[in-house]
Each structure stands twice: as C-alpha cells, then as structure tokens.
Ligand binder design. Structure first.
Ligand code: ADP
Ligand code: MG
Length: 257
C-alpha cells in the first residue's frame, strides 16, 4: 500500500472513531478542491469543520421536531392568510420568530373547526424547534389520558418534570371533549405550573366564556383563564371552514368536468 493510501485509511478510521460523519464523508472531495484552488491548510480545515457543525445543527433540529411529535408537518409556507382575513399575518410571522417563548408568553387560537388552528399551532411549533427550543405537541384529550395514566402508575411527578422541560407545550383541541373531574384538575395543574415560567399554546373551538364546560366549575375555569390569558397573544380564527371550502371547490370542479 502506498503511504498516501495508508494515510487516507487511517484518517477515515480516525474520523469515524471521533464520530465526525460529515467530515468523514467529505474530506476527500474537499481536499481535492483545496488542492485545485491552492487553499491553505487552515482554510481547508475550516471548511471541513463547518460541514460537521452544519450537519449537527440540522440533526439537532430534526431530533427536536421528532420529539415534539407533531401530528402532521404543516408550515407557514402552505398557509393561506387570505383565507382567514381576521388573522393578523405580520403579527403571526413576528410570533414565528419565537421571542414570545423566551418571554414566557402564551398563545391562544380560538375558532370553529377547520379554520387552521392545528396548522398554525404546528407551524409555530416547527419555528420554535428550528430556533433550538424544546416543543411538545398534545391534543388535550391525549394529554389528559397521559396524565391520568401516569397518576395511576405513580409516575405523575416524572411526567410533570418531563413536561416542565419543554419550552413550549402545545395543547390542541381543547373543548371537543370534556374531562373527568380528576382529568380536569390534572390539566389545570399543568397549565398553572407553567404560568410565567414556560409557554403554552392552546387551541380551542370554544370561546373563553364556554370553558366552564371543559373544566367543570366556574372557580377552576376563572383561575385557569386568569393565568393563561395574563400574558397571552389571542387570535380568533373565525372564518369559514377551510376544509369545507376546499371540499366545495372540489365538488364544483367535479361537476363542471
Ligand atoms: P382546525 O385545527 O382549526 O380544525 P386545521 O388546521 O386542521 O383546522 O385545518 C384543516 C385543514 O385545512 C388542514 O389540512 C389545514 O392544513 C388546512 N387549512 C386550514 N386553513 C388553511 C389556510 N388558511 N391555508 C391553507 N390550509 C389551511
Ligand atoms: Mg385542529
């Protein structure tokens, strides 16, 4: 084996052992480019390490998106703001920059079914993941079930600690189902715990005045709303259902076929 080939093999093996996969994959090509361009050693090493740094950042974002457990990957690029005239686009895009999460603010999206609440909640969550924030998406029903199960198995503290580590918790579809007394109390506890410490994004088909139905009892509801809405961006998304409109459009275009 030539000395060059030997160096090459050893370098491969070292980069692998050091867990530098991007450098492992690219050092060869970059070395040839550097030779052609008459690049210095430091310049070459800089370019190579930049690849590894970028790959790691990308992987970290992907890992955060997986951990967030979004139901579907919906982003702002596919959201048609003209379909929801009441929704302030500049304000929403400003929220996508994520400062509200650093300031421990909440977001509430209120509106009837099919108006894009889950879509917007997911898009804000994705933006937060890209900014390095830890996000967790739950439907209200799934979260309450999870809390009740954890309590039964004496694992509630553990779950609450886990939830507390997230910078943003999304609780989607509050109001479709009402909860048992215990379930409502557990959810209340999670929401109250986050007050002024961690952000919460809640979507609901019910106006705040109707939340008594979910939380059983005016006192708990008032206490909850007081905390949730104290530092909160509230959006009412009451347009015609996007789903409904799309299906009507499809029907019409089918008829004219
Ligand atoms: P909601 O959570 O309010 O019931 P969704 O966010 O699930 O509504 O929206 C229903 C469907 O319509 C989804 O596929 C969503 O991506 C789409 N949708 C809703 N509003 C818009 C919009 N303004 N632009 C693009 N797609 C939208
Ligand atoms: Mg929804």
């Amino acid at each position: 084996m030539t000395a060059d080939a030997n160096t090459h093999l050893l370098l491969r093996s070292n980069l692998k052992q050091l867990r530098l996969p991007a450098m492992h994959a690219e050092f060869d090509k970059l070395a040839r480019e550097a030779a052609t361009a008459n690049e210095g050693y430091e310049q070459y090493l800089l370019r190579l390490t930049e690849l590894e740094v970028a790959a790691r950042a990308g992987n970290a974002v992907q890992a955060r998106i997986r951990a967030a457990d979004f139901p579907v990957a919906k982003d702002f690029d596919t959201f048609d703001f003209t379909a929801v005239p009441g929704l302030n686009k500049p304000k929403m895009l400003e929220l996508a920059r994520g400062e509200w999460i650093e300031q421990r603010f909440n977001v509430c999206l209120i509106g009837s079914p099919g108006t894009g609440k889950t879509h917007v909640a997911t898009a804000l969550g994705l933006a937060a993941c890209r900014q390095g924030k830890r996000v967790r998406f739950y439907t209200a029903a799934a979260l309450v079930t999870r809390l009740e199960e954890a309590q039964k198995q004496y694992q509630l503290d553990r779950l609450l600690t886990q939830l507390d580590r997230t910078d943003l918790m999304i609780c989607d579809e509050l109001g479709y189902l009402s909860f048992s007394r215990v379930g409502a109390e557990l959810l209340f506890q999670v929401f109250a715990d986050r007050y002024e410490r961690r952000s919460l994004l809640v979507t609901s088909n019910l106006a705040f005045s109707e939340w008594g139905q979910i939380f059983q009892g005016e006192r708990m509801t008032a206490a909850l709303l007081d905390r949730l809405t104290h530092r909160c961006h509230i959006f009412e998304m009451n347009s015609e259902s996007f789903r409904f409109r799309e299906s009507m459009k499809n029907k019409k275009s089918k008829k004219s076929d």
